[in-house]
Design a protein around this ligand. Structure first.
Ligand code: NI
Length: 187
């Protein structure tokens, strides 16, 4: 089921999400709904607070895109992260242009380490500890921020924050048009 995506300005995006255990009700269905919601909105990552659940669950998925046919291929890589923790930040600090389904129409360069060590549980509650880098590390850091009430625009310089202030307040006041369904702070 495709769920509405919570917009910037909603309180749930500012809460610290709670860890869950393997008895969390209908977890597999929730995860399936999160993937479906993310892909239908052309996202590469989605954190549970973005679908109005304040729990520590993240889905990440990269699909190969075929420009000729304007279609997406089979899913190449998926990662479900439950109760993820960043144990170590290493490697070079790099800028990458980020966006967020909760903050439509804003894309900004964000500085983050290229490589991190994370620990998380998968959807069967097997524990993993991995060193990751590149796109996976980038998206994981963006999504884990959501679990701590942080939105990527918080990480911009004060100059860039000033530049996007008006756009952010229009999302906050419900003046936004997206191809996917949203739940906004005000309408
Ligand atoms: Ni986001």
């Amino acid at each position: 089921m495709i769920l509405p995506i919570v917009g910037y300005g909603c309180a749930v995006l500012r809460q610290k999400a709670a860890p869950i255990d393997k008895d969390y009700p209908e977890l597999k269905q929730l995860i399936a709904d999160m993937y479906e919601t993310m892909y239908s909105a052309d996202g590469v990552g989605l954190a549970a607070p973005q679908i109005d659940r304040s729990i520590r669950v993240v889905v990440i998925g990269f699909r190969p895109y075929d420009e000729k046919t304007d279609t997406y291929g089979e899913v190449a890589e998926e990662h479900t992260l439950i109760n993820p923790e960043i144990l170590e930040k290493k490697g070079e600090m790099k800028y990458f242009n980020e966006g967020c389904l909760s903050v439509p129409d804003i894309h900004e360069d964000v500085l983050r380490p290229d490589t991190i060590v994370i620990r998380y549980f998968d959807e069967d509650f097997n524990e993993h500890k991995e060193e990751i880098s590149g796109m996976f590390a980038r998206v994981a850091q963006h999504e884990i921020d959501h679990l701590d009430g942080i939105v990527f625009t918080d990480r911009l310089s004060s100059l860039r924050k000033t530049m996007i202030k008006r756009k952010l307040s229009s999302v906050q006041s419900g003046k936004v048009n997206t191809a996917y369904r949203m739940k906004l702070a005000k309408k």
